[in-house]
Write a protein that binds this ligand. Structure first.
Ligand code: MLT
Ligand code: MN
Ligand code: ZN
Length: 310
């Protein structure tokens, strides 16, 4: 299985267009050693020819232009992207569908909750009916059904499992205040040819027993790297929201919960990678003490253009 990181940043990317914080300003002028990052999306392939997008970022145009493996190959109009799987209905994960309107009808894999948000309060899918159209493939994660295995047409050797996880519906969703099963999923992807397994979860609010079990089943973790600490946005004067209020588990734990670093270390995954990094997170600075902590644990920080082969 091949995994291409198209966008490794959280909503807003890095540096964020209107942000003058130490890291964003420092990155712009070259004072902070850090790579720019576009907003959250990855592509997965079994053969390096056909690709499935996991989330579609608002930065999709830039991401596809910069990634030769995803350029058109045959005929006057073409794309190796055969489908899009959505983890939630957040702006940074779905707006890129609009950027695909010039292409063929889009095969969208999403839960009923996400489909509903995208045809009502944030009607990206309804708008696309006036362009390329979409075909909805329902991921049966709803009600008491907490996981669903499925295949994607054209990817016979990959087995996908969508898993309900703790998270937050977007601010515009009627479920924002009270999460409903299917608002947020993680994906376990298994390559049936060689048995390799990826666990992908760019937005993960909590790791309980069932999440930990899914994570322990994976060779590669590509998980929520949004915040280093719970009150990072408050400390930097950027927002009044905590990591918890935004639906993200920080890397460092506190009395209330175990952090993502300790969670990752309890798994035997060969590759442990953080993705969806917010511009406030000190791990963006490659010379930071926090980055050294990750290095010491063998935990990687995803960057745009990163390729992982399992
Ligand atoms: C989040 O995951 O909380 C988002 O990145 C917020 C956003 O897209 O603005
Ligand atoms: Mn996000
Ligand atoms: Zn900033």
């Amino acid at each position: 299985m091949k995994i291409l990181v198209l966008g490794s940043g959280a909503g807003g990317g890095f540096p964020q267009w209107n942000c003058n914080c130490r890291q964003c300003a420092g990155q712009r002028i070259g004072d902070v050693e850090a790579r720019a990052r576009t907003q959250s999306s990855v592509a997965v392939s079994a053969d390096g020819q056909s690709w499935v997008l996991l989330n579609a970022s608002p930065d999709i145009g830039q991401q596809l232009r910069g990634q030769p493996q995803l350029h058109p190959r045959h005929g006057v109009r073409d794309t190796p992207i055969k489908a899009v799987i959505l983890m939630d209905a957040q702006i940074d994960h779905v707006t890129g569908l609009l950027g695909m309107r010039e292409g063929p009808c889009i095969d969208v894999y999403a839960t009923p909750c996400v489909f509903e948000d995208l045809t009502t309060v944030f009607p990206v899918i309804s708008v696309l009916e006036h362009y390329c159209g979409t075909r909805w493939h329902m991921l049966a994660v709803a009600g008491t059904q907490r996981s669903a295995s499925f295949t994607v047409d054209g990817f016979p050797s990959l087995r996908f499992t969508a898993v309900a996880i703790p998270g937050k519906a977007p601010p515009y969703s009627p479920h924002r205040g009270e999460q409903t099963t299917g608002d947020n999923i993680a994906l376990l992807i298994e390559d049936l040819d060689d048995g390799s397994r990826l666990f992908y979860s760019p937005g993960l609010a909590e790791v309980g027993a069932s999440e930990l079990q899914w994570m322990r089943d994976a060779d590669c973790l590509l998980v929520d790297g949004t915040f280093w600490v719970e009150d990072e946005m408050l400390q930097a004067g950027l927002s009044r929201k905590t990591a918890r209020e935004m639906g993200h588990l920080p890397q460092m734990g506190d009395e209330a919960r175990v952090g993502m670093v300790d969670v990752m270390l309890t798994t035997g995954a060969r590759r442990k990678v953080l993705i969806h990094i917010n511009n406030s997170n000190p791990i963006l600075d490659e010379t930071s003490a926090q980055r050294r902590v990750l290095d010491g644990h063998g935990i990687e920080v995803a960057y745009d253009g990163m390729e992982i082969t399992l």
